[in-house]
Design a protein around this ligand. Structure first.
Ligand code: PLP
Length: 393
């Protein structure tokens, strides 16, 4: 069995492109060209040059000695927090802005939850001199204020999404609406491995640089390319997809996906899609989705804006259903404690999204000589006020 997308964008039972007719020309234009464009030598050169000189890649693979000692296993951190703009999101926006230019688009729209994807999109738009509109839920605008300020500084227009839970799902709805109304000049830079085909596959390929680097770096440090486990938090699933990508079809590497249990899986306030989700369609893709008996989407909740999404990408739905991935849900409290612990033990303040991945070690035990790579997806600057309020610092 392969864990990559097939040519129709299916990962096992999940994926595809379930879109309104009005969106078909935009999505089809992208679908019919993305692989050929990505294969072009000039595209690859421009992409790689920007990742190196602008984003600051390769990001380090850091052996976290004190954190490892505490949990009795060998823990490496893939430092995506050190990317320009502070998270992995920029790998994808650099790729997609180059794609948009090849397709002749001169206006960019994006959705954002934590604001990291919005900042990464506003950044590459500034770099290329292209107009940028970012949709963001009203609640997220409040809790991720530093990123809102950054986007404004970078010249982007922020449009608040005021419907539903006023978070990421609702911002995505607004962005899709915009795209339907502006089919010719606009490219929609989706920020995760969600949405209709080809987005999940395209975004995973742009993020795959993460596991490409892990292989080389682990060889240098441990004389082996493959860790025993690779761990990442999952909102839509893009940092996880990038960290897993080159290990997906290698059964020797355990894949661990960490979701947000919010106030508890059964509390009615969570974003634990694998535990609670059923098959359904969201934002153009067939996947696992939190929904009521009647198929209405359940409003998600997580303290972290980037994990506050009622679905996961189709790759992750397939990893879950096939049993290839081990899925763990982490509460707000466990995540916040883990974030604080990493700060104290290693001098690294992680994004709250990432803190979920760091929290697995309290319950999930590993062998002493296991090599566990955690994708440190982002830095915690944007979350300082949440940390400060939470711990009453
Ligand atoms: C730092 C960080 N990590 C993780 C995520 C979750 O997104 P994804 O699952 O696509 O990596 C976000 C989303 O905004 C983020 O900002």
């Amino acid at each position: 069995m392969s864990y990559q997308a097939n040519e129709k964008g299916y990962y096992g039972d999940f994926g595809g492109a379930f879109i309104p007719e009005m969106l078909y020309p935009n999505v089809e234009e992208l679908r019919s060209q993305y692989l050929d464009i990505m294969k072009e030598e000039s595209f690859q050169k421009e992409f790689k040059d920007l990742l190196r000189d602008y984003v600051g890649r390769p990001t380090p693979l850091y052996y976290a000695e004190r954190f490892s000692k505490k949990y009795g296993t060998k823990i490496y951190l893939k430092r995506e927090d050190l990317c320009h703009t502070g998270a992995h999101k920029v790998n994808n926006t650099v790729g997609q802005i180059l794609m948009a230019k090849r397709l002749g688009k001169n206006r960019i729209i994006a959705e954002t939850g934590a604001g990291q994807h919005g900042v990464a999109t506003a950044t590459v738009c500034a770099l290329m001199g292209i107009e940028c509109v970012v949709y963001m839920g009203e609640i997220d605008i409040e809790r991720q204020a530093p990123n809102v300020a950054r986007m404004k500084m970078l010249g982007a227009k922020i449009v608040p999404a005021k419907s539903g839970s006023r978070t990421l799902k609702d911002a995505t709805n607004e962005a899709i609406r915009d795209w339907i109304n502006n089919p010719l000049d606009t490219h929609y830079i989706i920020g995760s491995v969600v949405g209709p085909h080809p987005y999940p596959d395209m975004v995973a390929r742009f993020q795959a640089v993460i596991s490409e680097e892990i292989k080389v770096q682990l060889k240098e440090k441990e004389n082996r390319e493959n860790p025993d486990y690779v761990v990442a938090c999952v909102g839509g699933g893009s940092n996880a997809a990038g960290a897993y990508f080159h290990y997906l079809d290698n059964p020797d590497v355990g894949i661990i996906a960490v979701e947000a249990a919010g106030k508890g899986i059964q509390s009615g306030e969570s974003a634990a899609t694998s535990a609670l989700g059923k098959e359904g369609i969201i934002h153009g893709s067939k996947t696992l989705l939190m929904q009521t008996e009647d198929g209405q989407i359940t409003e998600p909740y997580s303290i972290s804006a980037g994990l506050d999404y009622p679905g996961v990408g189709p790759m992750h739905a397939h990893l879950f259903r096939s049993g290839r991935g081990e899925f763990i849900s982490i509460t707000d409290k466990a995540a916040m404690d883990a974030g604080r612990e990493l700060a104290k033990l290693e001098g690294i303040i992680p994004a709250i999204e990432t803190s979920h991945a760091l929290a697995i070690f309290e319950d999930r035990k590993f062998k002493e000589d296991d090599v566990v790579v955690i994708n440190l997806s982002g830095r915690g600057d944007k979350d300082l006020s949440t940390y400060i309020d939470y711990f009453d610092l």
